[in-house]
Design a protein around this ligand. Sequence first.
Ligand code: SF4
Length: 684
Amino acid sequence: NEPSERTVEAERTVCPFCGVGCTIEYAGNETTTGVEGPVNTRGEICPKGAAAFDVVTHDDRLTEPLVRHNGRFVTAPWEEALNRVAERLGRIRDDHGADAIQFFASSNCTNEENYVFQKIARVLGTNNVDNCARLCHSSTVAAMGERLGAGAMTNTLDDLSETDCLFVNGANPAEQHPVAFRSYLLPAIRDGASLIHVDPRANDTTEAADVHLPLEPGTDIEVANAIANVLLEEELVDDAFLAERVTGVDAFREHLASVDVEANARAAGVDPEAIREAARLFGEADRGAVITGMGTSQHRCGTDNVHALLNLALLTGNIGRRGTGVNPLRGQNNVQGASDVGALPGVLPGYEPVTDPDARARVADEWGVEPPAEPGLTEVTATHRFGEDVHGAVVFGENPAVTEPNATAVASAFDELDFCVVIDLFETETAAHADVVLPASSWAEKAGTVTNTDRRVMRMRPNATLPGNARRDLDILTAIGRRLTDVPEEFEYDGPEAVFEELTRVAPIYAGMSYDGIGDGYQRWPFPVDAEAGTDVLHTETFATGERTAPLSAVDPTPPADTLDTGELTLTTGRVLQHFNSGALTRRSDRLMAMRGEDVLQIHPDDADDRGIEDGDTVSVANERGEVTVTADVTTAVRRGVVFCTFHYAEPLVNTLAGDALDPVAEIPEYKHSAVRVEPVAPP
Ligand code: SF4
């Protein structure tokens, strides 16, 4: 356990902060720089990428395993900590069954690590493994998987630069995916493409928009159905595509006949003429691309919201060609990959359903153990059952005490567990509730692959050695697998490349890939064995379902779970340029904190006036689930009746205000609509 001296060298790797996947390397003086890569072809990066090394060298880094004794953490040798993890989790499995343990995978870690992580769970006998895709785009994946057969971007960032119309629904790529916006979307706009922005809040993306539809949070279906109605009424649909590639057209027309554009516009709080203008721009474009984000997906009707957007793409023939498609922009750097490799409760690596006996048999051929046939618990549902039938948790690079809805209740629920181990860089808010905390490796200290938002698998390479006695994540996970499961030999790997080779044998969409083939570039899935290259544009001749056609699907609005009492406002949440998810990483960067050190609550001037709130006042934002205090930013960027805050800060812990309502299909929480009371806080 003697730590070696730390060294740093420049190796090209992938930025850890968003799904765009820019290539970066260490640049000396504890900074990173962008280098020409497959996505950032001119080496451009955003402020988060430039600050990526700040978390690597941060003083808060854990350097020794921590084990709880008499309520307090003490440092412990690795052997003791790992043995305790295996012994305590093993006891839970023996007493209650493997389904009494929940595995939280990490969308911020590599494909190889997530593959091994889900393998531990499944070899142990449970499908209770999930990653934060549950919280961001599980509804998107569910809808697109059902209708098209693949729950990922249908197109590539490169070909979106050829689009004629961008329909951006519930996303803010100018701030959340800045290099993609500047390198691919903005050039299309400069070439004459129009931009329709459907978002309750005006933000940097809106500045480039031709039409802004500032809808009431939770009315995406009203807007999309009204647009579909105009497309049909004004004959802006693609009849040839409908005849050849789409089913359910007559039933859909019949359903849409009852949609009243004026009524839907009123319900959504937008101008009906703006809806018509948006429909005409999208319907008349030769190539129209839908881009969708968490503003669409994070509702209790998130799956239906995406169905409504898929209808627009199918009606106008905007699938299967360059510059078109339905394109979810993924948040974390490897949220796509964590899902691809099976860190989800219902699917094995490569999205093969756990209920499919042939898929289980293929996995069993490789592992020597057949995964269970019953889908496991999603991470949100599991937290609701802590202390009931879930007694143990393995939390790998996630921070659910901050990221789950009703977060304060979730944090307390962790204390109901018999045992919890957290594997992380820092003593996170979740680690505070753990029994053992294992010091892990940052992005700069490990090798492996990640899969970006447009299905590109790229290689990460170490830029730095580990601090103190921290260990590489893959070494930690394989050590747990060897101790905890009955097949220790299944966790003997000669490095990440050996794991990737196994992954290609288990996940058909990765079958033809290799480290050599990826090199300094990328390979894109689906990449079948013996194929010369991956597939850029999906669904060109047939859909990924194997069918030539995909169905239209009529969906009706579902009101948000929280109803507003008199005087209450709708809280909706989102991200800003400088921070990343729970902020566990970016809040530890002095330079990012210097740019945006605290959260603010955006509130419309009329709502502020009604409450006697002035710009810069401290306000209380509260509902029955909790209360936070935050500084008011009085602005017309938000519509009247809506307030906006980010979810990047542990203080204010905004997710504590989000409710427990879940989408019935994907179990994604309704982060985007919470009823709150907003009041000024009297100065002391
Ligand atoms: Fe990193 Fe995303 Fe910024 Fe690129 S756009 S530098 S991947 S945070």
